[in-house]
Design a protein around this ligand. Structure first.
Ligand code: TTP
Ligand code: MG
Ligand code: MG
Length: 435
């Protein structure tokens, strides 16, 4: 923990939904839900207008539709989110060389490495306010919430306190007071399982956690975790802001005494390894988009193959399915002495079915309604009409697609319907006009 509030955490507000509202003027100020729109779809995020109806990330889209039927339900445009994210990260890197992105819409910035006259509260506050204005400029109007504190932990907690469009500076020395009334889940690394263990011991708040001895915490949650919990409950956090996060991955591999030649056996081993990888990801609250396998042949040639999923996963069965598909493409007839499965491209949230991938696991719930067929025209996607110009798909079905003709730079535009196979209509890839 530092003596000055020089760690800044920035997180964009309702990120995916805000990008949609920016690019679709008719949706500004309205409830917007971005996520999987199919039968098992899950909400990725909701605009603050939709949150007033109780719509939340990770809720089933079906429930979101029940809570807010008049919201616009969009399936998401990852390229647009990535492009907007890049602009923000570039801006932050122009401010300090020490920027640590945590996901597309959030990052830590070390202001100790920025060029500020001093790091006193009034100075960093004014600087953060100005930075929020610049984020708005480079993103075409998106708002960010910012927290400033003496550590990463406190800065991240602070950025949540005045969301959306807020700034909170935690004055050095007031950290413990701030944390005491909060739920233990505010502490990084306290997921549902740890929270449950603590709850059974009667510990709900940080204040209650503070009263527990380190020995007892170690007994409750294990050595490594118990120690850090003890520290964090006292706002002790010395984790540095690190610019280049090493490409993190989670993997499991095995070497075998005799060369494997049986495909079925190899598939079985990969499947088991994949379940182990999934377990480890979930344990750390991580998920990743890239599934890889590593195969060492009898002659020590090592092959690796990977595939990138449309969205992150932490599911063993899904990882296993992709791992087996990767193995299917390799010639292993000479025998294999090592096999491994890994997941990289880690994110701190999971979104299985956004952008189209529907997971088939053992846990498929009953589907009261058949999943909608995903046509060519996903709701929200950008399109171009030969005469009418740029617009986006409002909805489609029964061979008809409805388009609203508007872009970020136009007023709300008119709606027209076309036959789904109308040759005048095509998908529009994202290139912002000024680029
Ligand atoms: P968050 O920053 O967690 O959420 P948010 O930006 O939508 O809203 P807030 O104002 O509370 O910060 O996540 C950033 C984006 O990541 C979010 O817009 C969509 C995506 N996401 C998912 O796809 N699935 C999830 O479960 C979560 C939490 C986020
Ligand atoms: Mg956000
Ligand atoms: Mg975020």
């Amino acid at each position: 923990m530092r003596a000055v509030a020089s760690v800044l955490h920035l997180d964009l507000d309702a990120f995916f939904a805000s990008v949609e509202q920016r690019d679709k003027p008719s949706l500004r100020g309205k409830p917007v839900v971005v996520g999987g729109v199919g039968g098992r779809g899950v909400v990725a995020t909701a605009s603050y207008e939709a949150r007033q109806y109780g719509v939340r990330s990770a809720m089933s889209t079906r429930e979101a539709r029940a809570r807010c039927p008049h919201a616009a339900f969009l399936s998401g445009r990852f390229d647009a989110y990535r492009e907007t994210s890049t602009r923000v990260m570039e801006l932050l890197r122009s401010v300090s060389p020490l920027v640590e992105p945590l996901s597309l819409d959030e990052a830590f910035v070390d202001l100790a490495q920025a060029t500020l006259p001093d790091l006193e509260v009034p100075t960093v506050t004014a600087y953060a306010e100005e930075l929020r204005g610049r984020v708005r400029e480079v993103t075409g109007g998106l708002t960010a919430s910012v927290g400033l504190g003496t550590s990463k932990f406190i800065a991240k907690v602070a950025s949540e306190l005045d969301k959306p469009d807020g700034l909170t500076v935690v004055t050095p020395g007031t950290e413990r007071e701030l944390l005491r009334p909060m739920q233990v889940t505010v502490i990084p690394g306290v997921g549902p399982a740890t929270a449950e263990r603590l709850r059974r011991a009667g510990i709900h708040t940080v204040e209650e956690l503070e009263r527990v001895t380190e020995d007892e915490l170690v007994r409750l949650v294990g050595r490594a975790h118990g120690h850090s919990l003890f520290q964090l409950a006292r706002a002790q956090d010395d984790r540095p802001v690190v610019a280049e996060r090493e490409t993190k991955s989670v993997s499991v591999e095995g070497t075998y005494d005799t060369d494997l030649t049986d495909r079925k056996l190899m598939e079985g081993l990969l499947t088991r390894q994949a379940l182990g990888v999934g377990e480890r990801l979930r344990k750390h609250g991580l998920s990743g988009r890239t599934v890889s396998i590593k195969v060492r042949l009898h002659d020590f040639t090592t092959l690796s193959r990977s595939t990138t999923l449309p969205s992150p996963t932490d599911s063993g069965p899904v990882i296993g399915r992709h791992a087996r598909a990767l193995l299917a493409d390799l010639d292993t007839s000479g025998g294999v002495r090592l096999l491994g499965v890994g997941v990289s491209g880690l994110a701190d949230w999971v979104q299985e079915d956004l952008f189209g991938e529907v997971e088939e696991g053992d846990d498929v719930p009953d589907l009261p309604e058949a999943p909608r067929s995903r046509g060519q025209w996903a709701p929200g996607m950008d399109v171009l009409h030969a005469e009418l110009g740029a617009g986006w798909v409002w909805g489609s079905g029964k061979g008809v697609v409805t388009v609203r003709f508007e872009t970020a730079d136009t007023p709300p535009g008119p709606v027209r319907s076309f036959r789904a196979d109308d040759p005048a209509l095509s998908a529009r890839s994202l290139r912002r006009e000024e680029d």
